[in-house]
Write a protein that binds this ligand. Structure first.
Ligand code: SF4
Ligand code: SF4
Length: 403
């Protein structure tokens, strides 16, 4: 296993265990199977385990496996506060104590504000007194490192990076999402500030490990020419580990085979190891996937900021996901990444001023495409659901600020 350092110089395995995809028997996790997988991963050098309060049964399972096998001190636990549901510091304390109990430990090595989407959410937590709470927990040793997991725009991510002295951050990043959400710009900005970056969705929920047939043929051709036996998953993971700004890549492993294969790839990979041929192969795969997209937006952001607050690249990214990933996945991402934001940035705000179009190097007819994207992303039958869910989450946030 290879390791990269966290902010205080502690080694973190480049492969982290994402504890949200264990096999389930009905409602409960198959404990014995999950235990075997976790133990094998630890044996092969994985020392970073990522869970969350809201992953059903995950904290309890991880706590039990580590405790009953005497392994707590061999690994780092990362878990998350569902900050969007917090109404007071009392509630924060209650959740945190429950998490320690579930995890059978007296400390969390990496604690994250779960799913921050904008600076407003952080400001409300700040008004609630979260900074003082974090400092107290760090002082008594029950939290070692503090960070946040992120779904939102790149601009907002950069603001959040500057808003606090974070020990680490967690972003969604893979070769198809190089220019969406925090993206490469966010990754490198964090790294420049000395903030370690944990990667989630490295294979876009497994999609990049199960590529369409045309992409599979490109890989076969590549292997035939080079004599290698690269797999789709390997390509996606190596693309990440090639970048020195990436500290740890989370994988939701749910078989011994997957644990061993990912550990093998992690062992063989280091920053700068991706060959020019591999880079070309990835670009060719991206071209095939992007051919299904509706708008040729590269996410370059030259059109931003929009004076009316439309998140132009964000809208086009999710519009394209409806066609590359399917409607259910597309709506899911759109809702999670944009629908829950307080400042959602929907295309309906566009007043057709034309400012953005003058800056687009792809000559996209942005105004017209935004109208089509809005119709596709927010059809009449989805609007009430998104509106109600967004209202619910934001009402919780507002209430929390007043307590
Ligand atoms: S045309 Fe619409 S999206 Fe473009 S800058 Fe003006 S308001 Fe924003
Ligand atoms: S300038 Fe054009 S290509 Fe770049 S993010 Fe905006 S719409 Fe997309």
């Amino acid at each position: 296993m290879k390791y990269r350092n966290d902010k205080s110089g502690q080694p973190v395995s480049v492969l982290g265990y994402g504890c949200m995809r264990f096999l389930r028997n009905g409602a409960s996790i198959d404990y014995e199977k999950a235990e075997r997988e976790i133990l094998r991963a630890i044996e092969l050098g994985v020392n970073y385990f990522d869970t969350a309060y809201i992953y059903p049964g995950s904290e309890e399972l991880l706590g039990k496996v580590l405790d009953s096998n005497g392994l707590r001190d061999k690994v780092k636990i990362a878990t998350k506060l569902p900050q969007y549901l917090m109404q007071s510091l009392k509630a924060v304390d209650k959740i945190f104590s429950e998490e320690l109990k579930r995890l059978r430990t007296d400390r969390v090595d990496y604690y994250l504000m779960h799913m921050l989407t904008d600076i407003g959410s952080w400001e409300k937590l700040t008004e609630m007194g979260i900074r003082e709470w974090i400092e107290a927990k760090k002082a008594d040793g029950s939290i070692k490192n503090i960070g946040f997991s992120y779904h939102g725009t790149c601009d907002m991510f950069l603001k959040l990076l500057d808003a606090y002295d974070w020990d680490f951050v967690q972003i969604q990043y893979n070769y198809m999402d190089e220019n969406s959400q925090a993206g490469r710009i966010g990754l490198e900005a964090a790294s420049k500030k000395g903030i370690p970056v944990i990667i989630m969705e490295p294979l876009r929920g497994g999609k990049l490990a199960n590529l369409p047939k045309t992409c599979g043929n490109l890989i076969k051709e590549f292997n035939g020419k080079t004599g290698k036996a690269v797999t789709a998953a390997e390509l996606g993971l190596k693309w990440l580990w090639d970048q020195p700004a990436v500290t740890c890549v989370l994988s939701g492993m749910n078989s011994i085979g997957m644990v061993e294969e990912n550990c093998r790839i992690a062992d063989e990979t280091e920053a700068g190891c991706f060959t020019d041929e591999e880079k070309t192969l990835v670009e060719n795969i991206k071209t095939v996937i992007k051919a299904k997209e509706k708008v040729g937006c590269t996410g370059c952001r030259y059109c931003m900021p929009c004076p009316k607050g439309v998140d132009i690249p964000g809208i086009f990214h999710h519009y394209n996901l409806l066609y590359t990933e399917g409607r259910i996945e597309g709506y899911r991402w759109f809702f999670q990444n944009m629908g829950l934001r307080e400042d959602h940035g929907y295309a309906s705000r566009c007043v057709a001023c034309g400012r953005c179009e003058a800056h687009c190097p792809q000559n996209i007819n942005i105004i017209e495409e935004l109208k089509k994207a809005d119709r596709a992303l927010r059809p009449f039958y989805i609007r009430p659901v998104m509106y109600a869910a967004g209202k619910f989450v934001n009402r919780k946030r507002h209430r929390s600020a007043k307590v």
